[in-house]
Design a binder for this molecule. Structure first.
Ligand code: ADP
Length: 294
């Protein structure tokens, strides 16, 4: 399928500030998220990447308002939202365990939240159809979810989120159960939406998907270890970091420049004039030579 944005942005200016966020679940003895500091600019397409269990979903769920924040402050557009209910945060979400209402058609699924908000039925119809066209699902509007494939359902979930004209879109592992061509098309759409003014935050454990999709990549392990433009990290470096080896080196390289097959890159992905040989690429000696980890 092909898709391109047909939705109309209501507000195109969203920033997010996470100030030393901590999450300790009531039934847990340890912190799932610790000292998480992050500022997200308007129109950024940011991806949290990291191993399973490192706290990506918990952080995204705190932003959505689905988990109480144990400690720290969360600001959306400079407003402290720690105690603001999810429905009042002007955020749309597509989460891996989100479901469609099985007894409703695709159209009714998409219109449901807007009806609850008592939006004018004509406006609802226009928003639902624009979002359906964006995701290429207009032909399925009268179907029930069980008559859709996994990829089509994922597109309906995204269309339902977009119908609400969000200024911030949260995607938690959005490629689970999605085939490769659909993933490519959706990635292109996310970039387009970010370019048009929707700030997007996605979590994934998939390094390749992360690196190829977003504008800014954050490597997460309870807090942020890596942070920079997606193409400034080589896949080799991300794998090294993901599998837990040489974390300090990976951090050092992320912050001071690191070497990939083509030569040394600075933290913005530009090639350095005197490229070091790749055999020094991830060695402690090179880390020390370039300034080391923080
Ligand atoms: P990720 O999304 O990176 O896979 P999560 O945020 O889901 O990681 O989980 C981070 C940690 O918090 C894990 O150790 C997980 O077991 C724990 N955790 C997640 N949800 C809960 C919960 N509802 N209660 C207790 N512990 C939880």
């Amino acid at each position: 399928f092909r898709c391109s944005s047909k939705i109309e942005l209501v507000k195109a200016n969203t920033t997010l500030k996470l100030n030393k966020l901590y999450e300790k679940y009531p039934n847990s003895e340890f912190y799932s998220v610790e000292n998480f500091d992050l500022q997200i600019k308007d129109k950024e397409f940011i991806v949290f990447v990291g191993p399973s269990g490192c706290g990506k979903s918990t952080t995204v769920r705190m932003i959505a308002g689905l988990e109480d924040i144990t400690e720290g402050e969360l600001y959306i557009d400079e407003t402290l939202v720690n105690d603001i209910a999810p429905k009042d945060r002007d955020i749309a979400m597509v989460f891996q365990n989100y479901a469609l209402y099985p007894h409703m058609t695709v159209y009714d699924n998409m219109a449901f939240t807007l009806k609850l908000k008592k939006v004018d039925p004509q406006v609802i119809d226009q928003k639902v159809r624009a979002a359906a066209e964006t995701l290429g699902i207009t032909a399925y509007l009268d179907r029930k979810p069980k008559a859709l494939s996994g990829g089509q359902r994922q597109r309906v979930l995204l269309a339902r989120a977009l119908a609400a004209n969000p200024s911030l879109l949260l995607l938690d592992e959005p490629f689970t159960g999605v085939d490769a061509p659909t993933q490519t098309t959706l990635t292109r759409l996310y970039r387009e939406l970010a370019g048009e003014g929707i700030t997007i935050l996605m979590s994934t454990h998939d390094m390749l998907a992360a690196r190829e999709s977003c504008s800014r990549l954050c490597g997460v392990r309870g807090n942020i270890h890596l942070d920079g433009p997606a193409d400034s990290f080589s896949l080799e470096q991300l794998h090294t970091w993901l599998h837990g080896h040489d974390i300090e080196e990976a951090q050092g390289h992320a912050r001071t420049g690191f070497t990939c097959a083509g030569g040394a890159l600075d933290e913005y992905g530009h090639e350095l004039p005197d490229s070091c040989a790749s055999d020094h690429s991830l060695s402690p000696a090179h880390t020390a030579a370039t300034g080391g980890a923080r």
